[in-house]
Design a protein around this ligand. Structure first.
Ligand code: COA
Length: 250
């Protein structure tokens, strides 16, 4: 499928794009998204599991031969009230989607896990293209709702502010101050609730130091542009709990 000069493909249609999509993710997301262990499960984020279980739900946008944007999603047999969405976000959706698949349950809701735009292509409005495409894919596969644990792009500037408060900040025109929350609202999304424990990640102080590219003490609190809330270091172990915001489309 082609739109403007861009080509769209799912990993099911073009499995050979998997490495390029994962390369885009590695280049664009903070290092700890590849390397930190989840706390307490001890596993790393199972990006590969997404490609293998649901290749038709992993999306790649190409400019010529180059993957310039991607979207990762997972289906959930979840049809509860949006207000029932848990405090967990990513971690819950990853676990639940895998369990639902193993149980053979019918998908009811698509969960948008990640939208990634190549660094040199950010600011061109491509994220809107990817969000609309995710929504279309959800409907195409019989899932009327798209839920997203949104990672607000400017939250790192306010690491001590609770997500509920941060998400309530609006500009004079009434739209959210955060550009990524605003983008979701502009295309019809609505805020449901904070998921204050979207991801729990753990590593040694030495590992975090490598992932964040700064020296770190064994004890104390660290803020950093890659982190939406402070990293807490205790006896050489760093724990990070990432707050996200549940938003609903459809
Ligand atoms: C967050 C991300 C998806 C946004 O994608 P994008 O294609 O660059 O965003 P767009 O061009 O569609 O712009 C969206 C809004 O953000 C604003 N924006 C874009 N870059 C910005 C920047 N560096 N600083 C502040 N605002 C910015 C735009 O002005 C626009 O807001 P407006 O239309 O209300 O003015 C992209 O930056 C990204 O891939 N980041 C790394 C991975 C990530 O954090 N993904 C999101 C979590 S799933």
């Amino acid at each position: 499928m082609t739109s403007h000069e861009h080509t769209r493909a799912t990993i099911a249609e073009r499995p050979e794009l998997m490495a390029a999509v994962q390369g885009l993710v590695s280049d664009t997301w903070p290092d700890y998204f590849q390397s930190a262990r989840s706390d307490p499960d001890d596993g790393r984020i199972d990006w590969m599991g997404l490609y293998h279980r649901w290749p038709h739900l992993q999306l790649a946008l190409l400019d010529g031969d180059r993957v310039i944007a991607s979207a990762h999603t997972a289906p959930l047999a979840w049809a509860d009230e949006p207000s029932e969405l848990p405090e967990e976000g990513w971690d819950w959706a990853m676990r639940r989607s895998r369990d639902d698949l193993d149980a053979g349950s019918t998908p009811e809701t698509l969960c948008g896990l990640a939208v990634t735009i190549a660094s040199d292509r950010q600011g061109e409005g491509l994220s809107r293209v990817m969000l609309r495409w995710m929504h279309a894919v959800a409907r195409q596969h019989g899932m009327p709702r798209l839920i997203v644990p949104v990672r607000p792009s400017q939250k790192f500037r306010h690491p001590h502010t609770p997500m509920t408060e941060y998400a309530s900040w609006v500009r004079e025109d009434g739209l959210p101050q955060d550009p990524w929350i605003r983008t979701h609202i502009r295309i019809g999304g609505r805020i449901i609730s904070a998921c204050d424990q979207a991801m729990r990640m753990v590593g040694t102080a030495a590992e975090w130091s490598q992932w964040l590219h700064i020296p770190l003490p064994d004890n104390g609190e660290q803020v950093h542009p890659d982190l939406l809330s402070p990293l807490i270091l205790s006896d050489g172990i760093g724990r990070y709990v990432e707050p996200n915001l549940w938003m609903l489309h459809g």
